[in-house]
Design a protein around this ligand. Structure first.
Ligand code: TXA
Ligand code: MG
Length: 350
């Protein structure tokens, strides 16, 4: 399949290029597009066949539901049974933006979009390209992250091209990396007390400030795997880099000393090893291929570069990656949720 690249370089492109991409969506085709979180792989959410194509292109299990992206609040009422006042308050506070809410779906949404569930996840993104594509594409775009299932989510058009070129109809490239770099926070609004199913840029305390109470899915917190996460997608080993990832937690300098020694030993055994450090700690590492992910004092930079750095180590074909554990105050929960999964739970306290 020929994958058309739509470049957005001017306001004129925002109209003309996205009009073409929107027409493709309305025809049931698949177009990847930038959002403020990560790139999405879009198809018409009301079209059963388009949804099925999305699963096929990604190689995604069909029981893993898709998020429906909308551009206005009226659209929310047209695809759901009931929107609580808490949900309206959260929409008012955080939409457009990196928040997905789960509602009971009505029969506008086919089961192939909802992964067979009676519920649907809905998000109104803030990225101008995404909003424009939704408007011109019919109003309802189902979009999972635009990676091949099991690979890190894409945070620039090049990542999407790497994974999906030849498998989808179009890719919109606005030339800019995703501002946030981690997928949206998911909150299940069908429970009497809403539950966070996936941590993200919108934190539990930001949500509590608006609606008072919110819980965090027990399946996310438990280390022992007895509790299954409620979001089907959270149970899969996700975001896995090709090299084995090890996380090390503790005092920063101790962590660096431990990793540096470990890496030097692994290299002696003939391994190719990568290290994920930060601007502040890079100076403490002397072995392996070291990269800074961002700045401890600006935690959003760590979130933004996480997936890109995992992909870059794949390209370098390292056998192992050692990383500091980034349990930072605001986004630490979201960052560590992705990192521990990428590490298959290999985490060491020093
Ligand atoms: O930031 C994002 O949310 C990105 C961009 C493209 O908007 N999208 C995204 O989609 O991350 P995806 O498909 O990669 O992740 C969706 C997650 C999966 O873990 C899925 O199981 C969960 O949301 N999910 C979707 N609908 C659900 C539902 N009705 N009930 C429970 N979990 C749901
Ligand atoms: Mg995903």
């Amino acid at each position: 399949m020929n994958t058309e690249i739509f470049k957005i370089e001017s306001d004129k492109d925002l109209v003309q290029q996205i009009a073409k991409a929107g027409e493709m969506i309305r025809e049931g085709k698949l177009v990847a597009f930038p959002t403020e979180t990560v790139y999405g792989l879009g198809g018409n959410a009301l079209d059963k066949q388009a949804a099925e194509r999305i699963y096929k292109a990604k190689g995604r299990p069909s029981d893993n539901p898709l998020i429906v992206h909308i551009a206005d609040l009226e659209s929310l009422d047209r695809i759901t049974k009931r929107v609580s006042k808490e949900a309206r308050a959260l929409a008012q506070a955080f939409w457009p933006g990196p928040l997905t809410m789960i509602f009971e779906k009505n029969d506008q949404i086919p089961y192939s979009t909802s992964g067979g569930l009676e519920t649907v996840g809905v998000r109104m993104p803030s990225h101008q390209v995404a909003l424009q594509l939704i408007r011109l594409g019919g109003g309802y775009i189902a979009a999972p992250s635009a990676n091949v299932s099991g690979r890190p989510s894409p945070t620039c058009a090049a990542h999407v091209i790497e994974d999906l070129s030849g498998k989808i109809d179009g890719i919109i490239d606005d030339g800019v990396d995703s501002a946030i770099g981690l997928e949206s926070t998911i909150v299940d609004m069908t429970e009497s007390i809403p539950v966070i199913l996936r941590p993200g840029f919108i934190t539990p305390s930001m949500i509590r400030e608006v609606i008072g109470e919110v819980e965090v899915d027990k399946g996310l917190l438990s280390q022992d795997h007895h509790e299954k996460p409620k979001a089907p997608g959270m149970k899969y080993k996700h975001y896995a880099p090709q090299g084995e990832l090890y996380l090390v937690r503790g005092d920063r300098q101790e962590v660096a000393r431990y990793i540096d020694q470990q890496v030097s030993e692994r290299i002696k055994l003939g391994k190719r090893v990568g290290v994920i450090a930060t601007d502040e700690t890079l100076k403490w590492y002397h072995h392996g291929i070291t990269k800074s992910i961002g700045n401890w004092s600006q935690e959003e930079t760590i979130a933004r570069h996480l997936y890109g750095i995992l992909r870059s180590f794949d390209e370098l074909k390292v056998d192992e990656i050692y990383s500091e554990a980034f349990d930072t105050p605001k986004f630490g929960q979201a960052i560590m949720n992705r990192l521990t999964k990428a590490a298959g739970q290999r985490i060491k306290d020093v």
